[in-house]
Design a protein around this ligand. Structure first.
Ligand code: SF4
Length: 401
């Protein structure tokens, strides 16, 4: 059975954080949440026939701040998904992103009752002055109260830490990680702050070498605390890796519902896509609620992506599909399998990839646990962009399939 997941974007936020490049708006500028839920339900009702009845690996409510919606509103979306014939596989994952201070014990109990199996908290840092720089409204005490509550109820939860913040040094990062481990999360994501070069948050940051050191320290400290890296930025206790995130790194299909949400259907997943775009397609929804609502009126049916505007659909070429495949596979500790390349792209392409890697100077950045597999080395994790650049294939690269 092919793996398939649904992502639901909730673009409502209490504030706009200074570093954020997600599709989001302050809640006060948006329609009431019940109206947005109605739009999501309309998207489900008018577009789900494109996918047929399917078993879902996962449902992921991301944002934005999904925890600003009530459990009943989240349930209305889950019910809408079920009503369209999708069924969550036994043990399937339903994740809800949560901002500190936005859920209480009553809401937590109800979220668990309606089927949420996993929570992901935007903690970012336990340093009050650094947290203030990010523009978040919550205080460190809110973060700690939310994490305490999740820990107390023995809930499966993850949280995000940001590092490489202005003025932050290695000892500050290590303090954050030590504090994080006190909450005994089953999963943790550690992201290096990424902002445009002229962004105010770029002033006073540690050098690239220091950031690489932070990266290594985070991995070592989390590993000592029982959280193992399974992707460039993600760590989990064994068995608690995010199923939904794994879809993104394993060339599996996902459908994104809501404003700005992205979808991907790879080769071999859906007959209608294979006929139209033999190397798979990516498409995404408009980035404002008005344009999303208008498009729902227009683009519906079994091939709804064909009615999207051209600048929001990408029919992949062989070289683009190969580039994506290499990059996403290498992000994961499962690595890049030559056998899988042969199956999807043919033996000539697999040979081309081998010779490109042999001729490159990437040896320090890759390890080969077996003849068939490349995995980013510890050094490669910190320098992943260099590896990805070498494994970017252009139209003229002679990919024969
Ligand atoms: S809460 Fe999250 S989605 Fe909203 S602005 Fe901040 S970082 Fe972006």
């Amino acid at each position: 059975m092919k793996r398939f997941g649904i992502y639901v974007h909730i673009p409502y936020c209490l504030q706009i954080c200074t570093y954020c490049d997600f599709v989001k708006f302050e809640s006060r500028d948006l329609p009431p949440s019940k109206d947005y839920v109605a739009l999501l339900q309309r998207e489900l009702a008018t577009r789900s026939m494109a996918f047929g009845s399917r078993e879902l690996t996962s449902i992921y409510f991301g944002g934005g701040t999904p925890s600003l919606f009530s459990p009943e509103e989240i349930l209305a979306v889950i019910d809408g998904i079920a009503n369209e014939g999708f069924s969550l596989k036994s043990g399937g994952e339903v994740t809800l992103e949560v901002n500190p201070g936005t859920i209480n014990e009553t809401a937590l109990a109800r979220f668990l009752e309606i089927g949420v199996t996993r929570f992901s908290v935007g903690a970012q840092t336990f340093d009050e002055s650094l947290l203030a720089l990010t523009g978040r409204k919550h205080a460190v005490s809110d973060t700690m109260a939310t994490l305490e509550m999740l820990k107390k109820h023995k809930v499966n939860y993850s949280f995000d830490l940001l590092f490489g913040l202005p003025g932050q040094r290695l000892n500050g990062v290590k303090t954050d990680v030590a504090k994080a481990l006190e909450f005994e999360p089953s999963h943790l994501s550690a992201y290096n702050l990424t902002v445009p070069i002229k962004h105010p948050l770029n002033v006073g940051r540690a050098s690239d070498d220091e950031q690489a050191e932070m990266f290594e320290a985070i991995e070592a400290d989390l590993e000592a605390g029982g959280l193992l890296r399974y992707e460039v930025s993600n760590f989990a206790k064994p068995g608690f890796e995010s199923e939904h995130n794994r879809l993104y790194w394993s060339d599996d299909a996902y459908w994104g519902l809501g404003v700005g949400a992205h979808s991907y259907i790879p080769r071999g997943d859906t007959a209608a896509v294979d006929a139209e775009a033999p190397w798979g397609i990516r498409f995404w929804n408009p980035a404002t609620i008005n344009s999303y609502a208008q498009e729902l009126e227009r683009a519906a049916g079994a091939l709804f992506w064909s009615a999207l505007k051209e600048d929001r659909i990408e029919k992949l070429k062989a070289n683009e599909a190969l580039t994506d495949f290499c990059h996403t596979a290498l992000r994961s500790q499962q690595g890049l399998s030559i056998k899988k390349i042969e199956i999807k792209f043919g033996v000539k392409t697999a040979a081309l990839l081998r010779s490109r890697l042999a001729a490159s100077n990437l040896a320090p950045f890759l390890t080969m646990p077996s003849d068939d597999l490349w995995v980013l080395s510890r050094k490669g994790q910190a320098m992943a962009d260099r590896v990805f650049e070498a494994l970017t294939f252009l139209k003229d690269d002679g990919i024969e399939v």
